[in-house]
Design a binder for this molecule. Sequence first.
Ligand code: NAP
Length: 305
Amino acid sequence: MYDILIAGAGPAGMTAAIYGARGGKSVLMLDKMNYGGQIVNTPEVENYPGTGRVSGFQLAQDMYDQATGLGAGMDYAEVTGIEKTEDGFLVHSSFGTDYEAKTVILATGVKSRLAGLEREEQMTGAGISYCATCDGAFFRKKDVIVLGGGNTALEDAEYLTNICNKVYLVHRRDKFRGEEIAVKRLAAKENVEFVLDSVPVEILGEPKVTGLVVKNLKTEETREIPASAVFVAYGRVPENGAFADLAELDGAGFFAAKEDCLTGTPGLFVAGDARAKVRRQLVTATADGATAAMAAIDYLNALEG
Ligand code: NAP
């Protein structure tokens, strides 16, 4: 029986683990993948206070070392469901193992949004990718395409300009959603081309990607861009359906909890990008982790009297 079980070992979950362990509680993090969540896919983080410029991978490693160094544990399994019991919660995992915990923090994050193209899933791994830092090196000196106009797309495109021959950034509007500093840095690169007001319509190539057909929404003209890879950076969507009975979801599927990270179920808390919020940043995720863990500690202390 753990005091605090944390579903998801991204920045929110690892921060919750740090606070929980420092609060003297037994803590276990569960994650289907490695620890770190989305930041491991971020080439460089430069807006997390106090770290300067650091790779997302390194920052994740540092957070993990800090959490486990303070006594938190980690198991590699996906939390597939939770049940309320008399003593707390029964947590079901993908390996068939059940865990018992007095409190649970759901820090389940979000997953990549698909571009919605025909053959997209079939071609994933054959030139379609959702992670430039994971797969970029496979396309060294090749031409590649990045889809999207947010910070992820801008940073992915900049990262790829250092590896690839040419990078096309295809965005549906003529203004970027991402920050000005990232736009300027990318625009300064010689081997980038912005393809604005445009959306992808067809993946070319079989069995591997050889290009993409894009359509300009203003002129209605289509254009074939030859490329070996297409990196989709269309943001992320939540996957919280399995927990909806115990933690209310909003219309978009995010946990409908406020900044206090409380759910309608006593002892169950939510944190990070999976929660309904205006800004999804590393610093807002870690803030949630701290808030949720402190609420769990208060709850446990009140139980113990
Ligand atoms: P995002 O900000 O939601 O941007 C998604 C982009 O994809 C938008 O430009 C959007 O276009 C486009 N898009 C979405 N669906 C589309 C569709 N069906 N067809 C065409 N285009 C589509 O996602 P993100 O870039 O992954 O960033 C997520 C959060 O993480 C943001 O808060 C971001 O600031 C943060 N982040 C921060 C950093 C950093 O600070 N270093 C790095 C990465 C991410 P529209 O703009 O037209 O809507």
